[in-house]
Design a binder for this molecule. Structure first.
Ligand code: HEM
Length: 322
C-alpha cells in the first residue's frame, strides 16, 4: 500500500516535471521581441555576415556552440560563461577544450544587440539566432527562431563532459544521448547533417582513419597523410568534416557517408548497416527532406529546458553573470 502510494507520488512528480519542461518551451515564441527589440534580427545578422565573410568556418563554429550549449542544462548560454571562483565553466570540459570557438564573435553580436536594445535580449537567444543565420549564410534552410529564453547564472563542467557525445560513440550511444535531451534518433541523424560544414582535429578522427574498416581506403589514406598515427603528434591538424564542400550547407555529408567517407567514427555509424541507413539514403536523394528535418531538429533542440519568466537573467556580458 505504502509502496503503491509512493510510486503514485513519484509518477505525479515526474508528470509535473515533464509538464514544466514543456510549458517553459511553450513560452518561447517567434514574436517575443517584436515590440521590445524588433531590431535584434538585423543586428545579429549583420555581425554574422561580416564574421563569416572574414572566415567561412566561423558559421560552423557558431552552429556547434549552440548544440554544445543546449545539451548542457538546456539552451541557456551556460557555455558562454568564463570560469569563476564559484564554478568551473564548460569551456574546458573535454568536448570543448581546445575545440569550441567563436566566443569573440558572440561578444561582438552581443555588443551590437545591446546597442540596439540595452538589457533586453538574452545571450541564449542571440546564440540561437546566430546559429540560424550561420546556416542560412552558408546556403542552408531558413526558419523562424523561437525566442524568449533567459540566461543561466551557472554552468556545468560535468554536464558538458557527460551529455555531449564523443566522436568514438556508436549508434546506440548517440541515440541514447540524444534521447536524454528529448530528441529522437531521426532528429539525431538530421542534426548530424551539421557536419556538412566545419573542421575536426586529428585527435578526433585518428582512430577512425587508422583502425576502422567501415571507411574507404583512398579516403583513409588521404586523411592519414596529415594526421600522424602517434597520438600526441599533429593532434590539432584539421580536416574538413565534409570532404567535398566544408563551407557550404547542403546534403553532401550524407553522400559522403554512403561512400564510406565519414570523417568521424560517429559519422560513419549513421550509415553502417544499421537502422539509420535508410534515413541517410533518403537525404542523399532529397536535399529538401534533409532541410525540412534539420529545421525540425533545430527547433526541438532550441526548446530544450529554457529558462523563462523570472528564472535566470538577461546577462549584460555573455561571459559573466550580472
Ligand atoms: C551526433 C553526435 C555528434 C558528435 C559525436 C559530434 C562530434 C564532433 C566533433 C568531434 C567535432 C570536431 C571537433 C574538433 O575536432 O575540434 C565536431 C565538429 C562540429 N560539429 Fe559536431 N558532433 C555531433 C553532433 C553535432 C550537432 C547536432 C551539431 C549541430 C547541429 C554539430 C555541429 C558541428 C559543427 C558545425 C562542427 C564544426 C565546427 C568548427 O569547424 O568549428 N555536431 N563535432
Amino acid at each position: 500500500m505504502a509502496t503503491a502510494r509512493a510510486s503514485c507520488i513519484i509518477a505525479v512528480l515526474f508528470l509535473l516535471a515533464l509538464a514544466s519542461t514543456s510549458s517553459s518551451a511553450q513560452q518561447l515564441s517567434t514574436s517575443f521581441y517584436s515590440s521590445s527589440c524588433p531590431g535584434v534580427y538585423d543586428a545579429v545578422k549583420s555581425v554574422m555576415e561580416s564574421a563569416i565573410a572574414k572566415e567561412k568556418r566561423m558559421g560552423a563554429s557558431i552552429l556547434r556552440l549552440f548544440f554544445h550549449d543546449c545539451f548542457v542544462q538546456g539552451c541557456d548560454a551556460s557555455l558562454l560563461l568564463d570560469d569563476t571562483s564559484s564554478f568551473q565553466g564548460e569551456k574546458m570540459a573535454s568536448p570543448n577544450n581546445g575545440s569550441v570557438r567563436g566566443f569573440e564573435v558572440m561578444d561582438a553580436v552581443k555588443s551590437a544587440v545591446e546597442k540596439a536594445c540595452p538589457g533586453v535580449v538574452s545571450c541564449a537567444d542571440i546564440l540561437a539566432i546566430a546559429a540560424r543565420d550561420s546556416v542560412v549564410i552558408l546556403g542552408g534552410p531558413n526558419w523562424n527562431v523561437k525566442v524568449g529564453r533567459r540566461d543561466s547564472t551557472t554552468a556545468s563542467f560535468s554536464g558538458a563532459n557527460n551529455n555531449i557525445p564523443p566522436p568514438s560513440s556508436g549508434l546506440a550511444n548517440l541515440t541514447s544521448l540524444f534521447a536524454a535531451q528529448g530528441l529522437s534518433q531521426k532528429d539525431m541523424v538530421a542534426l548530424s547533417g551539421a557536419h556538412t560544414i566545419g573542421q575536426a582535429r586529428c585527435t578526433n578522427f585518428r582512430a577512425h582513419v587508422y583502425n576502422d574498416t567501415d571507411i574507404n581506403s583512398p579516403f583513409a589514406k588521404t586523411r592519414q597523410s596529415d594526421c600522424p598515427i602517434t597520438s600526441g603528434s599533429g593532434d590539432n591538424n584539421l580536416a574538413p568534416l565534409d570532404v567535398q564542400t566544408p563551407t557550404v550547407f547542403e546534403n553532401n555529408y550524407y553522400k559522403n557517408l554512403v561512400n564510406k567517407e565519414g570523417l568521424l567514427h560517429s559519422d560513419q555509424e549513421l550509415f553502417n548497416g544499421g537502422a539509420t541507413d535508410s534515413q541517410v539514403r533518403s537525404y542523399v536523394s532529397s536535399q529538401s527532406a534533409f532541410f525540412a528535418d534539420f529545421v525540425t531538429g533545430m527547433i526541438k533542440m532550441g526548446d530544450i529546458t529554457p529558462l523563462t519568466g523570472s528564472n535566470g537573467q538577461i546577462r549584460k556580458n555573455c561571459r559573466r553573470i550580472n
